[in-house]
Design a protein around this ligand. Structure first.
Ligand SMILES: [Fe+2]
Ligand SMILES: [Fe+2]
Ligand SMILES: [Fe+2]
Length: 417
């Protein structure tokens, strides 16, 4: 079986994060590297602790998909920095194996003199993260190593301990020079390769990524969960072997990852899309390919990126035909349609069984989607959808709980800060 590697899970997340905003390209990696070297100098953390903290630093801005406040986040000028900090915290807390470290992300933009009031058990790393983030955003170089203005804010905005530690680590390891000539990347990757995730942990990280993209709109969250559930079940009913079952599952989980680049105004359009908007929407498949290629088994990538292809060549983005489309790819195409028809959108209700089956039958009759797969859907429709409902329950409750926590945390912080 082609198992996704731990380092590739990290790579996929890194690539996806780079799509948030071009000003933030490799920002997480540079911040992660700075923290890693600070901890190395300090020499009091275990390797596992260093790996975990470095990974949380790599993805500290994961909450930014959810926010339209990128400008403010980069400049760090308003209270809106809370938005992505809180979402990042919630994603880490609810969706990753590193839930214990979520607070480092929650506090990554808070001034040191306020941070200490929260008595977070990860206060020290939060203060490192805060400093590393500002060093990178302010484009501090080896020529202007931590300028005066940082020291003037000693123990006000920045922890004095973090400033001294960075200073010493910089002297010993030449951190900023390595960032400037990009040699930090190889060193960071070599370190990160030491991390080993269980298959459950890998799935959790990928899920976090997908949810953090999908969380921009509830229907997208529902759509992914439903698609994965339908695809898993159809694969089993049709009798795919273990390898194809595995590939189909991950292909389904990652199939809309490219929607990271689709503007919310299009994802949430309360109507059908214009031709121009449709082109932008269609582009999500190409973006998925860009994020996944080389890091994940080619068969999984192809399952993910072919879910809008049709057997008669009328689909996108390559216009492939039946002979080029494998059974797992055909299953995902059908699962994606079922999920879309079943889903509620602002301009459509959830279609009922008769309507869904009649649409699928018509599409199969026209030679667009697999008749074999559609027959299986018809035979097992009721159980299929009952299982979908139960599969969706927990993630949707989580979604609701996270949305609630977001509101209460946000209000709480506005009062405190
Ligand atoms: Fe941030
Ligand atoms: Fe940041
Ligand atoms: Fe799609």
């Amino acid at each position: 079986m082609n198992v996704i590697k731990s380092k590739d899970v990290i790579n996929i997340l890194k690539r996806a994060l780079n799509l948030i905003d071009e000003r933030l390209i490799n920002h997480g990696e540079r911040v992660g590297y700075i923290i890693y070297k600070m901890m190395e100098y300090e020499n009091k953390y275990s390797q596992q602790e260093m790996l975990d903290y470095t990974i949380s630093a790599l993805f500290h801005d994961i909450g930014a998909y959810k926010t339209d406040e990128i400008d403010n986040m980069i400049k760090f000028e308003t209270r809106n920095i809370w938005e992505h900090s809180i979402y990042g915290y919630l994603f880490f807390k609810h969706l990753t194996p590193l839930e214990d470290l979520a607070e480092t992300i929650l506090f990554h933009h808070i001034d040191y003199n306020k941070l200490i009031k929260f008595r977070s058990k990860h206060e020290v790393i939060s203060s490192y993260l805060n400093l590393a983030d500002r060093i990178d955003v302010n484009k501090i170089t080896s020529k202007n190593i931590v300028p005066e203005k940082f020291y003037r804010l000693r123990d006000i905005q920045y922890s004095g301990h973090a400033l001294d530690l960075f200073h010493n680590a910089q002297l010993r390891y030449h951190i900023l020079e390595k960032i400037e000539d990009n040699s930090y990347q190889e060193e960071l990757n070599q370190f990160l390769e030491k991390s080993v995730f269980t298959s459950l942990e890998k799935e959790q990280f990928l899920q976090m990524l997908i949810y953090s993209i999908d969380f921009r709109s509830e229907h997208t969250v529902r759509h992914t969960i439903t698609t994965v559930s339908v695809a898993d079940q159809l694969g089993r009913l049709i009798g795919l072997d273990d390898k194809d079952t595995y590939n189909l599952h991950y292909g389904a989980l990652l199939h809309d990852i490219g929607k990271i680049s689709t503007p919310l105004s299009i994802l949430e359009a309360p109507r059908g899309l214009t031709a121009e908007e449709m082109e932008i929407m269609k582009n999500h498949v190409a973006v998925s390919e860009l994020i996944l290629k080389d890091y994940i088994d080619e068969e999984i990538v192809q399952i993910a990126v072919r879910h809008h292809e049709k057997l008669d060549g009328s689909g996108y983005h390559k216009g492939l035909t039946a002979s080029q489309l494998t059974l797992p790819q055909r299953i995902l195409a059908v699962a994606d349609i079922i999920s879309a028809l079943y889903g509620v959108r602002s301009y459509k209700t959830s279609f009922d069984k008769d309507k869904i089956l009649s649409i699928l039958t018509k599409e199969a009759d026209k030679g667009k989607i697999s008749a074999e797969v559609v027959d299986c859907v018809k035979k097992f429709y009721d159980t299929l959808m009952e299982n979908v409902r139960s599969d969706c329950k927990e993630p949707l409750q989580k979604y609701a709980a996270m949305s609630d926590s977001y509101e209460s945390l946000y209000n709480q912080f506005l009062e405190l800060i």
